[in-house]
Design a protein around this ligand. Sequence first.
Ligand code: HEM
Length: 87
Amino acid sequence: MMNYKNTDQDYSRFARWLHWGTALLFLLAYCAVYYRHWFTEKQTPENMVALHIHLSAGISVGVIVILRIIWRNLNVQPELEPGPHWR
Ligand code: HEM
């Protein structure tokens, strides 16, 4: 499969999906729980849907984090760009 494994030049497409997937799910978990608090009435279907979106997104983040740790250990890491490390 193309772009599946990291090279010493670049992260693979799969690694990028894991990265941005984590970011999106994290944001979704956050938005869903506050949507529930601020914009829905208690004990309504909408209220429960928002809670379940929060739970699903949060658990998915946990699963992806475990996959990312495994992925990191199975792959080479690209060299850092030259330049100061704080960038
Ligand atoms: C990316 C992961 C997660 C983030 C960023 C996150 C964040 C939050 C935040 C900000 C709140 C609201 C706190 C408040 O009332 O001010 C909350 C509530 C809550 N979270 Fe999470 N959470 C995550 C994952 C999970 C997971 C995996 C579970 C359980 C399986 C969970 C269960 C709950 C429950 C039950 C509440 C209370 C819901 C409510 O009162 O409406 N969260 N979470």
